[in-house]
Design a protein around this ligand. Structure first.
Ligand code: S3P
Length: 440
């Protein structure tokens, strides 16, 4: 499926309607990982069955945890997970395959560093290229034993007893923070992590809900020694990182008016909504409530003429996954839009600055790269073109939304990767009236 093409034609009618997007990917990974090491049986509703999260599910099953799928639909599963406590995981029969999922590899490394048996974490060619030193360094400070290919996967983890540390991250990474905190569950003494910016806090929220003592003071997060985790009873909210695609499509296509229902609006994730508002987009929130310890809302958006904006600092951290789709909004906004402080984009699924710039130029976009971001001069009437996702799900979906504003067909190569985070993307966009279809 990975070489599937997606064809998008110019959008001549408004996007209208109400849709749900798949569940939050970050929360879905964490729910399976933490339920596995809880004492007892967890129930997870509305769990995301996407390529990345299924990698985590399979990894956990391979570590001896029994998981039942109670209800199955294309966009969500209901899971019962029989947790065996902090020391109940079993040695897997071979290397663990994290596929394309950085979150799976980095968070699992934290848990596996504390086990009494060795493991190997491996993944796709794409994942093997991504930096793992950022988790190896703090875990080694905790006395973990981790071999790697010069800081990249495969990771070979040997058992050792772990010590709590105080670790100052130099990038605001939720994956690094989480790896250290999860290893901290197995450490003697307390574990402290400093974050230079507001990286998503789902791990802290979930650990707290399960009975661990986690406190946040300024930018320091502290996990007390000796946590025992109670099972989870959780409904996962919709993923704001997936909602961003229909939201930005509606903000760009004249006369559109849509609602994305049940979107997780944790303040560490809502950078994209702030960026859009500062561009003049018309956003409204309804039915605000809390789902699984996470603020959740229906997000309504209507078409508006957009203008340029400048994005830097904490907003970048709070919207780190949304720059491929934000860039598409910037192509339709009047003036120069710039993102800076975003060098992290270069170590995502692909280098999301240079690959994005290359593909957007094919569509006629005036984009200039900076070491830590990019500038787009808008507005631009996008051109028909053949473009490539380079195996990056978010780039694939961003290019699809761009196609709606083009003057002719846009064909996206290698678009099957969209399934890594958003199964049903094309169906959801079609339900709003979008002119796109898979090409077989
Ligand atoms: C994630 C954290 C972010 C994000 C990724 C998911 C997580 O990565 O880009 O898609 O679930 O913890 P970093 O921790 O590298 O910033």
């Amino acid at each position: 499926m990975s070489k599937t093409q997606l064809l998008v034609r110019p959008q001549q009618t408004p996007l209208v309607g109400t849709v749900y997007v798949p569940s939050d990917k970050s929360i879905s990974h964490r729910a399976v990982l933490l339920a596995a090491i809880a004492d007892g049986t967890s129930h997870i509703r509305n769990w995301l069955p996407a390529g990345d999260t299924i990698a985590t599910l399979e990894a956990i099953k391979g570590l001896g945890i029994s998981i039942e799928i109670q209800k199955e639909s294309a966009q969500s599963w209901e899971l019962t997970i029989h947790g065996r406590g902090l020391h109940g995981l079993q040695p897997p029969s071979g290397a663990i395959d994290c596929r394309n999922a950085g979150t799976c590899m980095r968070l699992l490394a934290g848990i596996l560093a504390g086990q009494r048996f060795p493991t190997i974490l491996d993944g796709s060619e794409q994942l093997r290229k991504r930096p793992m030193k950022r988790i190896i360094a703090p875990l080694e400070q905790m006395a973990a034993l981790i071999g790697s290919e010069d800081g990249r996967a495969p990771l070979r983890i040997q058992p050792n007893s772990l010590e709590g540390i105080s670790y100052e991250m130099n990038v605001a990474s939720a994956q690094v923070k989480s790896a250290v905190l999860l290893a901290g569950l197995y450490a003697h003494g307390e574990t402290r992590v400093f974050q230079p910016g507001p990286a998503r806090d789902h791990t802290e929220r979930m650990l707290t809900a399960m009975g661990a003592q986690v406190t946040t003071d300024e930018n320091w997060i502290t996990l007390s020694e000796g946590a025992q985790l109670s099972p989870l009873d959780l409904t996962v909210p919709g993923d704001i990182s997936s909602a961003a695609f229909p939201i930005i499509a509606a903000a760009m296509v004249p006369h559109s008016q849509i609602t994305v229902a049940n979107v997780g609006c944790n303040p560490t994730r809502t950078g994209i909504l702030d960026m859009l508002s500062s561009m003049g987009a018309h956003l409204q929130f309804a039915n605000q409530h809390v789902t699984g310890g996470e603020p959740t809302s229906d997000v309504q958006v209507a078409f508006e003429e957009l203008h340029s904006t400048q994005v830097w600092g904490d907003t970048v951290v709070r919207g780190i996954d949304e720059f491929p789709i934000w860039a598409i909004a910037a192509t339709q906004a009047a003036g120069n839009s710039t993102v800076s402080d975003a060098a992290e984009l270069r170590v995502k699924e692909v280098d999301r600055i240079s690959v994005l710039a290359g593909e957007l130029r094919k569509l006629g976009v005036n984009i200039s790269e900076h070491p830590d971001g990019f500038t787009i001069a808008g507005p631009t009437r996008l051109q028909a073109a053949e473009v490539d996702s380079y195996g990056d799900h978010r780039l694939g979906m961003a290019l699809a939304v761009a196609g709606l504003a083009a003057d002719g067909p846009v064909l996206i190569q290698d678009a099957g990767c969209i399934h890594d985070s958003f199964p049903g993307f094309v169906d959801t966009m079609q339900a709003l009236g979008a002119n796109m279809a898979w090409v077989s």
